[in-house]
Structures are given as structure tokens and as C-alpha cells.
Design a binder for this molecule. Structure first.
Ligand SMILES: [Zn+2]
Length: 109
């Protein structure tokens, strides 16, 4: 499980950096007088996009923390749906996963 621990830590520092970068881009919309209506609209649209990206990365970050905390538990690496062991290749690629390939694709993930 040491390889996976390494992968989780790597992914954790990546997502942390991404979160910080996205957070810097998230800014309150400036007053209307400062910019035109169109660019204001664009800006709001942009903020929305950044915000949803932020939430997505945050979710992954939290899942990674969860994975790290449960790395030593006997349930780690088992699919929470069918209880089959998750392939090591999948765990290395997506260490925060809690489902095997089959169940994840059936769930549409
Ligand atoms: Zn499964």
C-alpha cells in the first residue's frame, strides 16, 4: 500500500495547489460602473466556471484525504458496492476511488 500512499500524497499536493490557484481567481464582481455590461456578464460567467471547477477539485481533495485516512483499514481497496477488490492499476490512477471499474461504469462515473 506504500505505492498508493505515495500516489495519494502526490495527488493531494496537486489538488491543494489547484485549489489555491482557483481561489485566487475567485473574486467578487466589481461594480457595474467599472466595466461594461457585456464584460460584466462574461466575468460572472467566468466566475461561475471557476467556482464549479473549484468545487470539483475540492471534492476530489476531500476524497483523497478520506482515502489516506482509510489506507490502513481492511476495507481499503474494496469496492463499496460489490465488495470485490479494486484493481491496483485503478487505485494508482484514481487513489480516491471507492468503486471498482464495473460498478463505477454502471453508476455512470
Ligand atoms: Zn464493484
Amino acid at each position: 500500500m506504500n505505492v498508493i500512499r505515495k500516489e495519494i500524497k502526490k495527488a493531494l499536493s496537486q489538488t491543494k495547489e489547484e485549489l489555491q490557484a482557483l481561489q485566487k481567481q475567485l473574486q467578487p464582481i466589481v461594480p457595474e460602473c467599472a466595466i461594461g455590461t457585456l464584460s460584466r456578464f462574461e466575468m460572472m460567467h467566468d466566475q461561475e466556471r471557476i467556482h464549479s471547477a473549484y468545487l470539483l477539485v475540492k471534492k476530489r481533495h476531500e476524497a483523497l484525504i478520506h482515502a489516506l485516512e482509510h489506507l490502513d483499514s481492511p476495507d481499503f481497496g474494496r469496492c463499496e458496492v460489490c465488495d470485490e477488490p479494486i484493481k491496483i492499476e485503478r487505485l494508482l490512477a484514481i487513489p480516491e476511488t471507492r468503486m471498482c471499474v464495473r460498478c463505477a461504469s454502471e453508476a455512470g462515473l
